[in-house]
Design a protein. Structure first.
Length: 186
C-alpha cells in the first residue's frame, strides 16, 4: 500500500482516539433521549437490518441491569453485529493489511480500557455498585470503540451502523440490547 494512503487511513483514526479520550462516556444514562440519539439509534438498527425495531429508553441503572440480564434478548441482533464485524474485518485486512489493522485496533482497545472509570462513576451516581454491571458497561463501550475503528479501517463512513453506535456511547449513552423487536438505550 502506498505510504500516503496508509498515512491518510491512520490519520483518519485520530478522531476515534480523541473521542475515546474526551467523550462524555456514561454521562447521560437515564436522561430522556435526544432527537440526535434517536436518529443515531435508527442508523445503527437500519445498518443491521433491524428496521422494525422500536427504540426504548431505560430510565435508571437498575432497569438497565434487568434489560441486559433478560434471557429473551434477540439473537438476530447479536448475529447481525457479528456478521458485519466479520465483513469489516475482511475489508480492513484487504485495505491496509492484517498487521496494520491489528495494530490500529490494539491501540484503540488499549485506550478504551480507561472507560471503566467513567462507567464506575456513573453507576455510583446512579446508586449502583454492582461490579459486574460496571464491567458490562465498560466492556460494551470498549467493544463499540473497536467496532467503530474497524468500520473506519474498512473505509466506511459516518452513516455506518458501528459509527452510529459509537456516537451514542461518546454522547453518554449505553446502547443495551434488543429484546424481541425493542432496542434499549440507557
Amino acid at each position: 500500500m502506498a505510504a500516503a494512503v496508509m498515512t491518510d487511513i491512520l490519520l483518519d483514526m485520530a478522531p476515534i482516539l480523541d473521542d475515546i479520550r474526551n467523550g462524555s462516556w456514561f454521562a447521560a444514562p437515564g436522561d430522556p433521549l435526544l432527537g440526535s440519539e434517536v436518529a443515531d439509534a435508527k442508523i445503527y438498527l437500519k445498518g443491521l437490518g433491524l428496521t422494525e425495531s422500536k427504540i426504548r429508553w431505560a430510565p435508571d441503572w437498575k432497569t438497565a441491569r434487568g434489560i441486559i440480564r433478560n434471557p429473551g434478548w434477540n439473537p438476530g441482533w447479536w448475529q447481525a453485529e457479528e456478521k458485519e464485524k466479520a465483513r469489516l474485518s475482511d475489508l480492513a485486512a484487504r485495505r491496509i493489511g492484517e498487521s496494520a489493522c491489528l495494530k490500529e485496533l490494539s491501540d484503540v482497545m488499549a485506550l478504551s480500557v480507561n472507560l471503566h472509570g467513567p462507567a464506575a462513576v456513573a453507576a455510583a451516581r446512579g446508586g449502583v455498585s454492582d461490579p459486574g454491571l460496571i464491567r458490562a458497561a465498560a466492556g460494551a463501550a470498549s467493544q463499540a470503540s473497536h467496532l467503530a475503528a474497524l468500520a473506519k479501517l474498512a473505509g466506511e463512513g459516518p452513516d455506518h451502523a458501528f459509527a452510529a453506535k459509537f456516537r451514542l456511547f461518546v454522547a453518554g449513552r449505553w446502547p443495551l440490547c434488543a429484546i424481541g423487536s425493542d432496542f434499549y438505550l440507557f
